[in-house]
Design a protein around this ligand. Sequence first.
Ligand code: ZN
Length: 305
Amino acid sequence: MIINMGKVLCLLYHRVIPYDEDVFGMKVRPEHFEEQMEYIVNNYEIIPFNSDWNKVDDNAIVITFDDGYMDNYINAYPILKKNKIPVTFFISTGNIGTSQEYWWDELQRLCFEREVENEYFNLNTEWLEYKFPSNDCEQLKDMMLSVRHILRREDDIVVWDKVYDDLYKWSGKNHIGRPCNFAMTEEQIYELSQDELVTIGGHTVSHRSLGPLRGKELYSECSNSINTLAQITKREISVFSYPFGGRGDYNDEVFDVLKACGIQKAATTVSHVYMGENSEYEIPRVTIKDNIQNWKEFIFKKINE
Ligand SMILES: [Zn+2]
């Protein structure tokens, strides 16, 4: 550890959007986001994710976004731009410009907007067999969170496809997602990337955990997302964040693949302040949800814990 350097608190946002429900705890209301940005811009140094954090003398803050939701462009970016705040958007490329929702939102849509009311959802694969009751909201929520948990640990794409095929049949829904959950378009990502305060980073293609993936599949999840973003932005992509970002979601093989793809720094969701002790491939971040009562105190505590 380097003595006398400042600490760096890297914040992780997912969505900035007005909402009625927030079942995954990913949304922050635009008015809250604006208050949060105005407070930190007036009270802390805000530095880019891809700068040298070991050179800060005083405590500093970094702003990052994961996934690539269109609300980042519509609601968050104008506030960041107005306050001249450097920001990094880590983007999963599989949904760019499509009418497909991210897989967890799709799961939520199929569970809660179903056309057909079945009493059970049977999840059967070669290895797994579950029977989820699906009669009321509580049961549907349990089912949704359980399926999400199972998929998060699943490396076999065949299992993923089977589960979603069965969910579509079970729910009677079509494949067209809800526009409020869409990902950014290529044009929007390009526009962001031309702002010198914005950095674009990789976040895989399909947003599966990299922890269980090996070999070719691991390589293509990393390199295809990085190459797609490089093509869209016409810039080199040198930063990355791990989907889910917990300790089981990355490993030494993942680090090697990212290094081979030109990535110099990568972010986790391991929640603490940076004090110079982390590898460049295990940058800790604190996830922001919309339940923070006292922002000033929250930031102070996180930096000083
Ligand atoms: Zn993510």
